[in-house]
Design a protein around this ligand. Structure first.
Ligand code: HEM
Length: 472
């Protein structure tokens, strides 16, 4: 006998749509909350599993480690692209992140690009990464200790410039200007609107004329930018002997099994995919980690000791990063509490029963894995699951965690291809920032609030940065 999956009360004609539509419903949603907040609130109310009727589809939401461990099985469940991610296809079509599993371009792009994201290749990008980090350090040093910075904005500049330089040898130069470059704001507006569109019933879409026009205009700005980059590279290929970037690999690469290459259209989709996936998540992660460190003096003290003893005042290098276990634990713990890509969606390949024989789920059902709730499951992490404690992420303890307890980079075939890139970049940035600066919360009483685009980031988080004695 299976158990009925719990569901919040529904409204006539609207099902549970209003539970997730902050812009439509002040009744069911808390003012100002985004969709991801709404899911977190529902998880606290309904526990490990609940379903929502969203008229066009039903969503089954899973929040416990036990359920997620069961869903993390490529033989029984596979990724499905719905909601905000389906809207993102309006820009990046069958690029790696948003491709439906059966679309042939996913397998081709995956084959061609896997070697480009191997740890060894990413190490070759270290100097370009350091170049961009030095621009961030210079900006904060020039500001002096009284100027207020929004780390989320500056980390976004940094992550954008880094992925553009490493993936396509293009300098966005975001640190040169006070305002955010047009391409960057077009992308941010596009991602926010993709989230909003996914929360609105389809039949209301024509009413949002102004937003629709802006949405189309932003898509054009970004697609034109990527097309120009490809045309320029074709006219002016990188000279042989120069190291190849991701754009070269996509233009020249062939699937070793089929001999097929990528079309220009798919290369545009993947370039834009890297710009989205490569900046949103990493900049959010850097911002959350900075916040957690400023709120946890003991962890900051221990990290600082490690940085000082390993790097001294030398510029942070790859060799240094390999010798900093506490830094690694800090990054893992930050991604546990605030996984910046907080949900993924899977579907069963046949009718299934999950939860130890408890819940029946049908073939093609849409099941959301809520990584934030799952990574705070007290069954795995104890009663202090909501606290920032990097010690539980040091290698020895980490190795003893149950399988799938820590999953900020997704799972299996469709797990994050950019993980080594993000890890190297984030380690370099955090070690360099805390080596050089004493950071302070600009508003000492600030407590974490988040904002959502496709991912989550801290909202209204402001700091001041004072150079440490003896650093310049
Ligand atoms: C996929 C997280 C950085 C490129 C994913 C997924 C997650 C994730 C959870 C799986 C999504 C799903 O199942 O629907 C993160 C986090 C990052 C990060 C937390 C940083 C802290 C990056 C970077 C890049 C990147 C730097 C590129 C340079 C991708 C791509 C996919 C992906 C292309 C789709 C892979 C596929 O389906 O074949 N990422 N990511 N990510 N990520 Fe990342």
């Amino acid at each position: 006998m299976t158990t009925e999956i719990p569901q919040p009360p529904t409204f006539p004609l609207m099902g549970n749509v209003l539970d997730l539509s902050p812009d439509l419903s002040p009744i069911t949603c808390v003012e100002g909350e985004g969709q991801i907040h709404a899911f977190d609130r529902l998880a606290l109310q309904y526990g490990e599993i609940y379903k929502l009727d969203l008229i066009a589809s039903e969503l089954i939401n899973c929040n416990s480690h036990a359920l997620v461990a069961e869903l993390s099985n490529d033989k029984r469940f596979r990724k499905v692209v719905i909601g905000a991610l389906a809207q993102v296809r309006n820009l990046v079509g069958d690029g790696l992140f948003t491709a439906h599993h059966e679309e042939p371009n996913w397998a081709t792009a995956n084959q061609i690009l896997m070697p480009a994201f191997a740890a060894g290749t990413i190490q070759g990008m270290f100097d370009d990464m350091s170049d961009i980090v030095s621009q961030l350090l210079l900006k904060w040093a020039h500001g002096g200790p009284v100027k207020t910075f929004e780390p989320t904005e500056d980390y976004t500049r940094l992550a954008f410039d880094t992925i553009a330089l490493c993936a396509m040898s293009y300098r966005l130069n975001s640190f040169d200007k006070e305002e955010i470059p047009p391409f960057v704001s077009a992308m941010s507006e596009f991602l926010t609107e993709s989230g909003m569109r996914s929360a609105r019933p389809e039949f209301l879409r024509p009413w949002y004329e102004e937003s629709n026009a802006k949405y189309e205009a932003n898509i054009k700005v970004m697609s034109d930018f990527a097309r120009k980059l490809i045309d320029a590279r074709k006219l002016n290929p990188q000279k042989s002997g120069n190291k190849k970037d991701l754009l070269d690999l996509m233009l020249e690469g062939r699937d070793s099994k089929t001999g097929v290459g990528l079309s220009d259209e798919n290369i545009i989709y993947n370039l834009l995919t890297f710009l989205i996936a490569g900046h949103e998540t990493t900049s959010g992660m850097l911002s959350f980690t900075t916040y957690y460190l400023l709120k946890n003096a003991d962890a900051l003290y221990r990290l600082r000791e490690e940085i000082d003893s390993v790097c001294g005042t030398e510029p942070v290098s790859l060799k240094h990063l390999a010798k900093m276990p506490y830094l690694k634990a800090v990054m893992r713990e930050s991604l546990r509490l605030s996984p910046t890509a907080p949900a993924r969606v899977v579907t069963p390949l046949k009718d299934e029963v999950i939860g130890g024989g408890k819940y029946a789920v049908q073939k093609d059902a849409k099941i959301v894995v809520h990584t934030t709730s799952m990574q705070r499951d007290p069954v795995v992490w104890g009663e202090d699951a909501n606290l920032f404690k990097p010690e539980r992420m040091l290698d020895e303890a980490f190795a003893k965690l149950p399988a799938h307890a820590w999953q900020p980079f997704g799972f299996g075939l469709r797990a994050c291809i950019g993980r080594p890139f993000a890890w190297q970049e984030a380690g370099l940035v955090l070690a360099s920032v805390f080596q050089k600066f004493d950071l302070f919360l600009a508003e000492p009483g600030y407590t974490l609030e988040t904002k959502e685009t496709l991912t989550i980031k801290p909202r209204d988080f402001k700091i001041r940065a004072a150079l440490r004695p003896g650093r310049s």
